[in-house]
Write a protein that binds this ligand. Structure first.
Ligand code: PEP
Ligand code: MN
Length: 341
């Protein structure tokens, strides 16, 4: 339920709407904007729905009470009918474009990262990915270069004129990562780290939010809602595969239908990550092309100057030739689909 306030409604009137909602045991969420609205993010018990609707509708300053059929509000198509296009230093991510975010899983050294960046750029990609803080299943696996990795990313991004994206794993680390990096990635394992979502929202930096391996669509969009509800409209959704029933062939099950579902119910840009989605380099290209045809606004692709020597995710990384060849195919398909690359 969303209570839309009239133009010029007062803070007291908004407060009395909040109080009326609280008196039923529900939590109000004030959504600031040109037109202030008070949402109720949780499900409303059917027995109080009609009386609450009438009570709120009669309060001073209220324009109308609207029912939203989905648990997320700000992320929904019902809330915003125009599609969000996230602009990062002039690179537009969203409807009408197809963006490739390429680069290695981890930043390993200046030499490795710079070589990768040159290849990413030469292939026509505008966004450079790399991990400095790595969420690894084992504490003994390579954990990333931390701040040193961020510094390398910033330097290389500037040298090549590429926008950068890198993962941040905790709310406390948001200012550090935001200092060096253009887009904050929230990894699949952190999708429901609520303090992190809130801090990323507050930073006002573009947020690249990956779907948790076992997250439903509602949970995914509610995670996006956390960022949006901090007043940060720059959220990019990323489908990166969900838990497979059989791990012996692919790392995850890439849910390409999620692109269609997300685009139907949300105005946010949707990007697909076929690298983590399959975990197998030779499957990445076909799934990237399928994502484009399914209507995704971009793909995130892991590539490494020498995949065999990669400190993380080498088996799913494309080598430079494979990456360049895939970029050419994507450019042909994007032209066919009417998306600018
Ligand atoms: C990554 O992008 O390197 C990564 C760790 O991704 P995910 O969170 O999707 O596993
Ligand atoms: Mn990776």
């Amino acid at each position: 339920m969303i209570v839309l306030m009239q133009f010029g409604s007062t803070a007291e009137q908004v407060q009395s709407v909040c109080d009326a909602i609280k008196s039923t045991g529900l939590e109000p969420l004030v959504m600031p904007g040109e037109l202030v609205a008070v949402g109720i993010p949780s499900a409303i018990p059917p027995e109080i729905r009609d009386s609450l609707d009438a009570a709120l509708g009669s309060l001073p300053g209220v324009s109308r009470v609207q029912h939203v059929s989905r648990p997320y509000k700000l992320a929904s198509m019902e809330w915003q009918r125009s599609r969000t296009i996230v602009d990062v230093k002039g690179v537009q991510i969203g409807e009408g474009t197809f963006t490739v975010l390429g680069g290695p899983c981890s930043v390993e050294s200046y030499e490795q990262f710079s070589a990768a960046a040159k290849m990413v750029k030469a292939s026509g990609s505008k966004v450079l990915r790399g991990g400095a803080f790595k969420p690894r299943t084992s504490p003994y696996a390579f954990q990333g270069l931390a701040e040193e990795g961020l510094k390398i990313m910033e330097q290389v991004g500037k040298e090549e004129g590429l926008v950068t994206v890198s993962e941040v794993m905790s709310g406390e680390a948001v200012p550090l990562v935001a200092k060096y990096i253009d887009i904050l990635q929230i990894g699949a394992r952190s999708m429901q780290n609520f303090p992190l979502l809130i801090e990323a929202g507050r930073s006002m930096k573009p947020v690249f939010l990956k779907r948790g391996p076992s997250a439903t669509i509602d949970e995914f969009l509610l995670a996006a809602e956390y960022v949006l509800s901090q007043g940060n409209p720059n959220v990019i959704l990323c489908e990166r595969g969900i838990l497979p029933i059989d791990r012996s062939y692919t790392r995850n099950t890439l849910d390409l239908a999620a692109v269609l579902v997300l685009k139907e119910h949300s105005h946010l840009p949707v990007v697909v990550d076929p690298s983590h989605g399959t975990g197998v380099a030779r499957y990445v290209g076909a799934m990237a092309k399928a994502a484009l045809i399914a209507g995704a606004d971009g793909v995130m692709i892991e590539m490494h100057p020498n995949p065999k020597s990669a400190l993380s995710d080498g088996s799913q990384a494309l080598n430079p030739d494979q990456f360049a060849a895939l970029m050419k195919e994507l450019q042909t398909l994007a032209a066919f689909a009417g998306a600018k690359m």
